[in-house]
Design a protein around this ligand. Sequence first.
Ligand code: HEC
Length: 254
Amino acid sequence: MRPMRSLLASAFAAALSFSAPVMAAEEPAMPNVGWKFEKLFGTYDLASAQRGFQIYSNVCANCHSMSLLHYRDLEGIGLDAGQIKAITAGVTVPQGTDDQGAPKEGPATPANTFKSPFANDKAARSANNGALPPDLSLIVNAREGGPNYIYGIITGFAEAPSTFKMQDGMYYNKMYPGHQIAMPQPLQDGTVEYADGTGTSLDQEARDVVTFLSWASNPEMVERKQMGVRIVLFFIFMTGITYAVKRRLWSDVH
Ligand code: HEC
């Protein structure tokens, strides 16, 4: 018994010591922002999501599409029909052909999907040093670490350490695997100006755009949580009823 156990223990210790240094060398610590929407009954901070949409539109949309979203979906972050109309009025999209058969353009409608910055992937790559800016519609779900990881990328730009070999046209980023990313730092302090007077530190801007992107990836999250609460209440209610019925039925059996 004894030798067997110590054999197992030393095998386990060996496995640990084998894997630990590998992980420690590569992985930077994931930031822990403490998102309100990740709490048990947490909801999206809609004002923050709206500021995040502003950042997406002013900055990220120059390179990244979000082609799964329709303009009317923005009702989900609290914009009303008038505000959405005002947004689409400023967007020009192809609209079939005119009477001469030439391609026609016109203002978008709330039923349109978000306009993409590039006509196709090749155009996107050629404008970005060969790298493809991924569509951001589901990016928060698509990356391990979700909102914390995206926040880490946006706030993770830094000078490369002097010993680090950078390739041309790449940018050093503490969070990105391999630390070389083809995206130039998109946000810094004061990149945008907020109508609601919120400060525009890099931290605040990053929180806002990540809140917006989290909503885009999981627009039904709040409903799902509310449904969960209702289901639990229903089961508590049913338990009470069943217990009352059981007592009734068995009341004359002693
Ligand atoms: C100048 C163009 C440009 C702008 C502006 C830009 N990006 Fe990017 N982004 C890129 C490119 C190119 C990549 C692909 C990087 C790579 O493959 O190395 C990328 C990658 C990403 C990724 C994926 C990282 C990963 O893990 O794969 C995220 C998330 C991202 N961008 C978010 C944003 C957000 C949020 C904004 C706005 C605040 C933004 N980007 C603005 C060009 C841009």
